[in-house]
Design a protein around this ligand. Structure first.
Ligand code: C2E
Ligand code: CA
Ligand code: CA
Length: 534
């Protein structure tokens, strides 16, 4: 799987995690909120049931107490008229009557046909003043609460409370369809029930929410139950919003991921990595000449990108990319291996030839470059003594101390180090001194104006003197004219490279040139017309 696919799937995975995690968190929070909210509402419903029931019972007790006080306690017409008045005064009371000691109705208002069955338990000595009970009116499908009041002669006044008094308040809409409410008397007798039956049948596996509120005045409990999923209705819309937001985020993340993994730069990167694998980066060799003797001293290895279409690209177009993306390390290893394979015989036959390889600042940050050189040139036909490593002054070295150690270690087994582009960059003379440089390369900038600009001549003169004093070699770069060669000779520079001698050449041409020079067939630098300029 290519690097880009790996990146793509990794981004996809991150996108999913980033989208799903908030979704789970949002659902959890909303669920908790819904349950808390539903419980609060259910409690309010239960409290209202209890409150209304208490009020209805209070009204009934007050009505009966008033009748007793006024002496309206028999079935006489005048008392029954008072019962009527009591009914009107207490709207929740739907019937008032008199019950005998056995609990059988003696009379009532409004008149009802009585079955003669007791409606209350028989009066006992210890029965309380106020009694609360229940009468099953199955033919009406309801149970009626009864409130009784002892009047002293073994009889009791009786009031029936209308169920309408209590069955009120459906509660919030989202709970209504799912909720069940029950009002029970202390002995567990159900007075009133609303909603569907048996929660277990209806709610199934759904966990159940239950809230109970007891009356503080009477033995009475209101219980409200609802499935947890009912509470869900409250936050369903919010959950949809959260899900949409998370999906939106996921899409955004995936889009960013796709963009990151497929954007043009990574395409360029892919092509580049592929080119490295294909071995498209190759060494060209630019001769370095001895301008006193006219003999070849060796070469500088310059990288070229030889594209499959036959085009050859110079380092200016790719070197920065290769360095910033870290590809340069592998590319340099490849270049060095190729030089070892291509010019090994030539160098073996000419032990005085130097092979100059360019490194960049990053190569001087750890010992890897030492391992690379040992691994590539160790035991090859190119001796360590023939190798020169060029470090440019254009880029700053991040850690001078490490660089110094690496250079010292390389020098210990015979490799030489040249400071490239001297006079153009960061290090200046500090680099020369601290790094223990063997060779300095005078930049083309100073060579170009040699002879025309006095300053350049002075600078080159100073460099030559410095190199002599420090025991370093010196090479002039970018020499293009005979005049420049003359000036350099006058200034005491003995080594030079440049188009006047030859541009960088592919291996076979360089080898051919080197052999022609050593057999005396070619004569470089003495005649401008012979220089091969690319
Ligand atoms: P550099 O090390 O200063 O290399 C000298 C450059 O000057 C080369 O450019 C060479 O082709 C060019 N040159 C040589 N003689 C003349 C001349 O007479 N006139 C003119 N106008 N130019 C001349 P090139 O090959 O394009 O390389 C450019 C730079 O890329 C190099 O500058 C070096 O810094 C870097 N480079 C090249 N190969 C490598 C490499 O293998 N590794 C690293 N790290 N950098 C490399
Ligand atoms: Ca160089
Ligand atoms: Ca240079």
């Amino acid at each position: 799987m290519s690097h880009r696919y790996a990146l793509f799937f990794r981004t996809l995975l991150i996108a999913l995690v980033l989208a799903v995690a908030p979704l789970i968190a949002a659902n959890y929070i909303l669920d908790n909120y819904a349950v808390t909210q539903a419980r609060a509402e259910m409690k309010a419903v239960a409290e209202r049931y209890v409150m209304r029931a208490e009020k209805a019972i209070n009204d009934a007790v007050t009505a009966l107490q008033a009748l007793h006080k006024d002496g309206n306690v028999t079935c006489a017409a005048i008392d029954r008229a008072a019962f009527h008045a009591g009914l009107i005064a207490a709207p929740y009371v739907q019937m008032i009557g008199v019950v005998d000691a056995n609990g059988v109705l003696m009379c009532n208002v409004p008149d009802q046909i009585t079955s003669g069955e007791p409606v209350l338990p028989a009066l006992k000595v210890d029965s309380p003043l106020v009694g609360i009970g229940m009468r099953d009116r199955s033919y009406e499908g309801t149970r009626i609460a009864l409130v009784s009041w002892r009047i002293g002669n073994g009889n009791r006044l009786l009031a029936e409370i209308s169920p309408v008094a209590i069955s009120i308040d459906p509660g919030p809409e989202y709970l209504r369809a799912y909720r069940q409410a029950e009002l029970r008397l202390g002995d567990g007798v159900v007075w009133l029930k609303s909603g569907e039956p048996a929660p277990s049948d209806r709610f199934g596996e759904d966990p159940e929410l239950m809230v109970e509120v007891s009356s503080e005045k009477y033995p009475m409990v209101a219980q409200v139950t609802a499935p947890a999923s009912a509470a869900d209705n409250l936050v369903r819309d919010l959950k949809v919003v959260a899900a949409i937001a998370c999906v939106g985020f996921a899409i955004l993340f995936v889009a960013v991921g796709v963009w990151i993994s497929w954007r043009p730069e990574s395409e360029a990167e892919d092509d580049f990595v592929q080119a490295i694998r294909n071995g498209e980066f190759v060494p060209y060799y630019q001769p370095v000449m001895d301008i006193e003797t006219g003999r070849l001293r060796g070469c500088e290895v310059l990288m070229r990108w030889a594209r499959p279409d036959g085009s050859v690209i110079s380092p200016g177009a790719f070197m920065t990319f290769a360095e910033t993306h870290g590809h340069i390390f592998e590319m340099t290893r490849q270049i060095m291996r190729k030089t070892r394979d291509e010019v090994a015989d030539l160098y073996h036959e000419n032990p005085e030839f130097k092979l100059s390889v360019n490194l960049f600042a990053g190569h001087f940050e750890d010992r890897q470059v030492i391992e690379d050189i040992k691994q590539i040139y160790g035991g090859s036909k190119i001796a360590y003594q023939q190798i020169v490593l060029e470090v440019t002054e254009r880029q700053p070295l991040s850690d001078m101390e490490t660089a110094r150690k690496i250079i010292a270690e390389l020098q210990a087994f015979g490799v030489r180090v040249a400071l490239d582009d001297v006079g153009t960059g960061h290090g200046g003379f500090a680099y020369l001194q601290k790094l223990g440089i063997d060779i300095i390369k005078i930049d083309k900038m100073f060579i170009d104006s040699l002879g025309t600009d006095d300053n350049s001549t002075t600078i080159v003169d100073t460099m030559v003197e410095l190199a002599d004093n420090l025991g370093m070699g010196i090479i002039a770069e970018g020499v293009e004219t005979m005049e420049q060669i003359e000036r350099l000779r006058e200034l005491g520079v003995s080594a030079a490279q440049g188009y006047i001698f030859s541009p960088p050449l592919p291996a076979p041409l360089f080898i051919e040139l080197a052999q022609a020079l050593s057999s005396g067939e070619a004569d470089m630098g003495e005649n401008e017309a012979e220089a091969e300029v690319a």
